[in-house]
Design a protein around this ligand. Structure first.
Ligand code: CP3
Length: 348
């Protein structure tokens, strides 16, 4: 997409720090959690992975929130765990429980056995196809966001074998096997770069890195084992704007300021003033309403959303502070989106 076409979209204008009349709004995990249309579509598939690997269905799930909620961007329906799978570490999505890896990474040989880079990324052709189908169907209505998990978060899944209360296996590994940790992080990084380049070639207009378990690490470990890989990925893909969402990593904002991304995602534990003081004036901030605010009555949601808009000021892309929860009332989601869409900066 040329810069000229890019600048027509509110979302991309905001991402590139160009003037906008209001901030754009989208919702993390908007595809596949809250809409009845999604559940109807999902019922046609035996499991989540079969769904993700069917480009037409993935595309339909991507478009549903755009059609139904009027958000300013689409995010491709997929999962961050397609990367470990493509590298040779298979996972299962256990119904109403979450991901589980039958085999986890323990030894040097397990890491050596993983594929990485282009060979692994080529196995994700089904995601590229979903992007191409979606891009065509969107027909320029809103930009399309591609994504991947950040290397530390993917390493955590590969070592823990699923979610965890303490992430002690993954954290322990950084102290006991730092050299192996770096080898694994580099393999994940090489694969992620090839994968995200493939997503851009297939039509992604912007990329987001989800570092969901960033907040599990002490600042020094995050600086050593996470930030350099985020920086490598962002530097390798100059073609599109990039967002880094490091959940819980308020302590790392000064480090993230040095990462060559345009947008920093904030969770609800961080105030925009706190973040702005640490990332400087160049970055756009994304976030950060508490997803639980959407369970409230409409006037409470409206007030909370307006308060958020006021505290961020300009250079803002509106989102929640993390993914929307599956049982969130649709009316609350609509109130949130519509409040942002009715807002104008010149009214404050
Ligand atoms: O944003 C979107 O709507 C696009 C699709 C998307 C999914 N997963 C689909 C999905 C995105 C961006 C993700 C990212 C993802 N996946 C993250 C990072 C964001 C975050 O929440 O921190 C993480 C940590 C995962 C790993 C994962 N995938 C978990 C823990 C689970 C189980 C719990 C859950 O979220 O439902 C999944 C499964 C998953 N990924 C589902 C969907 C729609 C539900 C699967 C089903 O229908 O059974």
């Amino acid at each position: 997409m040329s810069i000229e076409t890019q600048t027509q979209h509110l979302f991309l204008r905001a991402a590139l720090n160009l003037p906008v009349e209001r901030p754009p709004v989208w919702i993390m995990r908007q595809a596949g959690r809250i809409l009845p249309q999604y559940r109807a579509l999902r019922a046609h598939f035996p499991d989540f992975k079969a769904f993700v690997k069917t480009p037409e269905a993935a595309s339909e799930a991507t478009l549903q929130p755009v059609d139904e909620l009027g958000v300013d961007a689409a995010i491709i329906f997929s999962d961050i765990l397609v990367i470990p799978e493509a590298m040779g570490l298979d996972y299962e999505m256990v119904e109403s429980k979450g991901p589980r890896f039958p085999k986890v990474i323990e030894h040097a040989a397990d890491i050596a056995a993983l594929d990485a880079g282009q060979i692994a990324a080529d196995r994700l052709e089904y995601v590229y196809e979903a992007l191409r189908v979606t891009k065509k169907a969107l027909d320029g209505r809103v930009p399309l966001i591609g994504f991947a998990g950040a290397p530390w978060t993917i390493l955590a899944y590969m070592l823990e074998g699923g979610g965890s209360k303490t992430f002690s296996k993954a954290r322990r590994f950084l102290y006991t096997e730092p050299v192996l940790a770096h080898i694994l992080l580099q393999k994940i990084t090489d694969t992620t770069i090839a994968y995200l380049k493939g997503q851009v070639a297939a039509g992604a207009d912007l990329l987001q890195l989800f570092d969901s378990w960033a907040g599990e690490l002490p600042p020094a470990q995050y600086r050593m084992f996470a930030v350099p890989y985020l920086a490598q990925i962002c530097a390798a893909i100059p073609e599109v704007p990039k967002t880094v969402f490091a959940k819980g990593a308020w302590f790392a904002l000064e480090d993230l300021a040095e990462v060559p991304c345009q947008i920093i995602g904030l969770d609800w534990n961080t105030t925009p003033a706190f973040a702005r003081a640490r990332v400087g004036s160049d970055k756009v901030l994304q976030g950060n309403l508490d997803p639980c605010a959407l369970y409230a009555d409409n006037s409470t949601i409206e007030l909370a959303t307006l308060e958020m808009l006021r505290t961020f000021g300009r250079q803002h892309i509106v989102n929640l502070g993390h993914g929307v929860y599956p049982d969130t009332p649709l009316e609350g989601v609509r109130t949130f989106v519509n409040t942002v869409k009715a807002f104008r900066y010149d009214s404050i």
